[in-house]
Design a protein around this ligand. Structure first.
Ligand SMILES: [Zn+2]
Length: 51
């Protein structure tokens, strides 16, 4: 699964599709806050969908 990091919180989320995390964040609203990272990165988000 693809992972993406929210830079301000340093939290790693699972990417559901190109616009949304598995827990429901719309990454298109603040694209500068999100950084694509390696698929092997450990997910740190604890919200439903990511955990
Ligand atoms: Zn998440």
């Amino acid at each position: 699964m693809s992972k993406i990091k929210h830079i301000p919180t340093n939290e790693v989320h699972i990417l559901k599709d190109s616009r949304t995390t598995a827990c429901g964040f719309k990454i298109t609203e603040n694209p500068e806050c999100w950084e694509k990272i390696g698929d092997n990165a450990k997910t740190t988000c604890s919200k439903n969908g990511c955990k």
